[in-house]
Design a protein around this ligand. Sequence first.
Ligand code: GL4
Length: 828
Amino acid sequence: MKKQTSTAGTDVVQINTEQLKEQIIRHLHSTLGTDVNKASPQAWWRATCAAVNEQVFDGLRNTQRTHYEQNTRALHYFSLEYLMGRLFSNNLHNLGLYKQAKQALSELGMDIADLEDQEEDMALGNGGLGRLAACFIDSLATLNYPAIGYGIRYEHGLFEQSFQDGRQIERPDSWREYGNPWEICRPESVQEISVYGYVETVYDLQGKMKKVWHPGRIIKGIPWDIPVVGYNGSSVNVLRLWESRASDFFNWDVFNSGGYVDASRENIEAETISKVLYPNDETDAGKELRLIQQYFFVSCSLKDIIRRYKRSHGDDWSDFAKQVVIQLNDTHPAVSIPELMRILVDRAEMQWDQAWNLCQQVFAYTNHTLLPEALEKWPVRLFEKVLPRHLEIIYEINRRFLVEQVDVLWPGDNDKKRKLSIIEESHEPMVRMGHLSVVGSFRVNGVAEIHSQLVKSDLFPEMVALWPDKFTNVTNGVTPRRWLKACNPRLSHLLDQQIGSGWPTDLKQLSKFAAFADDSKIQDAFMAIKQQNKADLATVVKKLTHIDIDPHAIFDIQIKRLHEYKRQHLNLLHILALYRRILQEPDYDMVPRVFLFGAKAAPGYKLAKEIIYAINKVAEKINHDKRVKNRLKVVFMPNYRVTLAEKMIPAADVSEQISTAGKEASGTGNMKLALNGAITVGTMDGANIEIAEEVGADNIAIFGLTVDEVKTLDSKGYNSMDYYYANPEIKAILDWLETDYFTPGKPGELSAIKRSLLEGGDPYLVLADFDSYVKAHQKVDGWYRDKALWAKKAILNTASVGKFTSDRSIEDYVSRVWHLKKCGINRN
Ligand code: GL4
């Protein structure tokens, strides 16, 4: 093997095809216990993973040694979700070994694509928030920042979705039923954590009061490390995921006092904690198990951080805030604030003020949503049961906050106190986790410009008055390694040829591609690539749904969690409008369109599931209606996930980003689709606004009410009925949904949508935006008829969205929040 210098300026060990072949065969023999003649694709995949891991582990050891030697300040990213997808080709790409592996496997008679399909998605997240965490840890490693991601090693990630007669069916996801080749168990770093029990007040010999928590249960946290490989031989960081087990100590105790049956029951309860990911995106489940999940991973992680700190600093806490910064990914890990206080005050016997000072230097909080149903609140009663000592600490944090901050700025103003209190005094008192996060953090950020503005103006205006400098913005981003280089090899190749191969780590270089927007040769090449990607997707669609789609039609794609505010039903109403026009006017002139959806609905979210059902039923009818003459096709892809996104995004012509203005904090699918040359039909919401700024008004189809207009309409009193009666098309479509046209013999089956839009008051202003949405699509239809015009717009989209790399987001966090130093990795 020979040493090479990577573009990152560090040495990487590169191996050639022959060496890789030898390694794969060696692992087939010695790791898998099989041989080339009888190995299954699964065994080939595992052997190749093992070969890849030889390189990964080298990088991991070097990175950990370098960080230890240099005693670096590190970021600790706390997130309940990581939506990683597959790691096989990602790791190969990032190691610069993809081509060699493809070659090696092909010489061994295997197709790398078949091996890729052996891997289950690692779906430890719901949607945008979890995928953002995955993009961030990719960028952190790529940029050589010392960082570790902490989370939960769920046994079951996000459920697997299928459709039965158009209705969503959920089945458990068992992603690691047969093991996961990327993870390493670290028994030497096991932690024990406590829950339940009671708090006792005791006095020591000097008469000093102390609080002693007598826990009711002790649970063991076992860490599993997933190496996170930076691009181009930079750092290999770690994602450390905790698995819960019954603690030996505790088992023994119960066994002695209660006997075998009780002991084994408790055993199951402890293991339940890391069993399953809550499948709700943007809704707070509010369940005891969820609070325990949050506390479990936060407590394990803090203890892990402190153990590592103490190894070099002993009991001297003075450098702690210099070495450690913790990012709270939403409020889900906010219980780490009272937990660190507990460790410092009760365990390390630090003075409250000093401990609080330390906390406020360590934590930073990202807000990811303004939706009220997602703003976490825990019943005080539940907190008291599960974490009695933490509740006391929260009370004390709150008492001091109200006295020392709120009452100083607004003396005697009880309204302000009520509004700002961490404890909401309703008939069921609640702990407000957002308030706690703001009070306990040194920085708070939103995830797109407009969202960060709204966090300040609408969510926490008084907190801004108290701490104006605490609030900032970091616009989200996506990793171009996965979301362009790996998922769209054809376009990547074209970019390499035209603008050089530096863009994956310096995405602003894409702007050089704009020079080719009017070049007919490049336009043709670009559109030919899109065409091939669409043909590939058509094959996938056929395989998964048995529906034939024409790659020459416009591929119009909406992929994201199913939620009323994301307005998949607005898309559906538009489809129905087109269908109706075709039926009324048999020669209706439109560019053929394929509408593709991908979305999971939270299992308990009834209306979201009704929307899926309605789309499937409408699809069935339209796809079989000869009168449509292929002008319209509707496809709902089952089991949308990262791996499917990687196939859909490169094939998109139109990107649907149609949330009610003010509701989508940022969006990240919008960035991925524009990066791959899709044209956005979108509202002025979240990062759409910044995308419009970058690509220019001519290259995006903006429609609908703005945030200010939404506010005005809401305050005036919006009446959806007005739109129903004023617009005959809206009326006809909604009435149509009530008939049995789409559900023969069963009228009323699709009426839930109409009901929510009329009787339900249309909370997300679907009808108010309908007209302008239809017009935006007509504009898009016009653009597409002019091939050169479309190619130009598509090229300009790809060329203009360099801002939205997660590398830029990370650099923003570093300069505005984390203040980390890059750490080049020494290899030997
Ligand atoms: C979300 C937002 O809804 C989404 O707009 C944003 O892009 C994402 C990452 O910041 O976070 N918030 C929650 S909760 N789930 C999300 O996907």
